[in-house]
Design a protein around this ligand. Structure first.
Ligand SMILES: Cc1ncc(COP(=O)(O)O)c(C=O)c1O
Length: 370
């Protein structure tokens, strides 16, 4: 046996991979309600499936960099195809950005809480994650983020709307970060749920250090197909090309994403379906004393049950055991242990989930009276 540690990059033992246990459980037990990983509960349209089937017929050929779809995307943002890079989901973009800018010991500043993959990919290249707690009302703490910047800060992450807190960052706050001139990822993974909110893509024209990421995994509902894109200054896109494998995205993903871009009505339908679910869950759960849902612009709702005297973990365990509903709980924030997140499901699943949570609290009340 070789002593692998002699060869391994020295920080690798400290790297914790993204926990995919939930996905293993969900795929092995299809009866479970998958409300833990911000998927879209509505399957792809027949048109998209047909586009994938057509593309599969050319499956013996290597894909190109998707000039057609890049042109289509660029037009939407009044940019050029040279400003667009198509990726195998936006997770790949996150990873590429870390590999492009971060060397061991460099710092990545991000909000806490946020999508955990940013930190995981930063650590995978030896980076140090500087997580800045959001304010007690779960907004970006910009003064604290600015104080966290050091000469070793190589990347800043702005997730807007933020996963899991659900709000967009206000423009003036965003500009304080942008004006620093430090490479900044503006992750707009959930923006398509609220197209009335303007994308920050236009910043790319003025600032060569800004990257704006989008995905087909959320409102478009293609998480299993894997496609995303990033918008940036042409030179920055060229750097991304240097570090990435040229045929990173499969023909099937390209075809699905291309077809999805043409389905504007389908996208609107999916967004409206989700947004009705958000309204419903927030309205119902806010009726429970001590339970605070944070209204969300994404396909998830963060809930704080601390004032009801329970932990997020206890609720998540209850709904899983009693009703086969998979949710996610979060680490304590500002000393509050009641955080958990519901990823919206079908209307039926949302209703089941709300009922299950209400039953959890009703049972507690009964226990207290005994
Ligand atoms: C904020 C954010 N960005 C990116 C992603 C990853 O999406 P993709 O499926 O495109 O890799 C997620 C997934 O949950 C997310 O929440």
């Amino acid at each position: 046996m070789s002593d692998l540690k002699r060869y391994l990059v020295p920080w690798m033992d400290q790297v914790k991979p993204y926990d995919t246990e939930d996905l293993l459980i969900a795929w092995s037990r299809p009866e479970l309600k998958r409300m833990m990983i911000n998927e879209n509960p509505l399957p792809p349209s027949e048109k998209i499936i047909q586009a994938i089937v057509e593309a599969a017929k050319m499956g013996h050929r290597y894909p190109d960099s998707g000039p057609r779809i890049r042109a289509k995307i660029a037009k939407r943002y009044d940019l050029g195809p040279e400003n667009v890079y198509i990726s195998h989901g936006s997770s790949e973009i996150i990873d590429m950005i870390m590999r492009l800018f971060v060397t061991p010991g460099d710092e990545v500043v991000l909000p806490n809480p946020t999508f955990s993959l940013y930190g995981i990919r930063a650590r995978a290249v030896g980076g140090k994650v500087v997580a800045v707690d959001m304010t007690p009302d779960l907004q970006y703490d910009i003064p604290a983020m600015l104080r966290a910047i050091t000469p070793r800060t190589k990347v800043i992450i702005i997730c807007t709307p933020n996963n899991p807190t659900g709000d967009f960052i206000p423009d003036d706050d965003l500009m304080k970060i942008v004006e620093l001139g430090i490479p900044t990822l503006i992750d707009e993974a959930y923006l398509e749920y609220h197209p009335e909110h303007e994308s920050k893509a236009s910043l790319v024209r003025k600032y060569n250090h800004i990257l704006v990421a989008h995905t087909f995994s959320k409102a478009y509902g293609l998480a299993g197909i894997r496609a995303g894109y990033v918008l940036a200054d042409e030179q920055l896109i060229q750097y991304l090309r240097k570090i990435q494998i040229p045929w990173n995205i499969s023909l099937l993903s390209l075809a699905a994403a291309d077809a999805a871009l043409d389905e504007e009505e389908e996208l609107k339908r999916k967004a409206a379906y989700n947004n009705a679910g958000v309204e419903y869950v927030c309205k119902e759960l806010s009726k429970i004393p001590g339970v605070k849902p944070y209204y969300s612009q994404g396909n998830y709702v963060l809930i704080d049950a601390t004032d009801a005297g329970v932990t997020g973990k206890a609720i998540v365990e209850y709904v899983f055991e009693k009703d086969g509903i998979m949710l996610k709980h979060f680490a304590p924030l500002h000393g509050r242990e009641g955080f958990f997140r519901i990823s919206l499901g079908t209307h039926e699943e949302n209703s089941l989930c709300v009922q299950s949570i209400k039953r959890f609290f009703a049972n507690r009340k009964k226990e207290e009276k005994k």
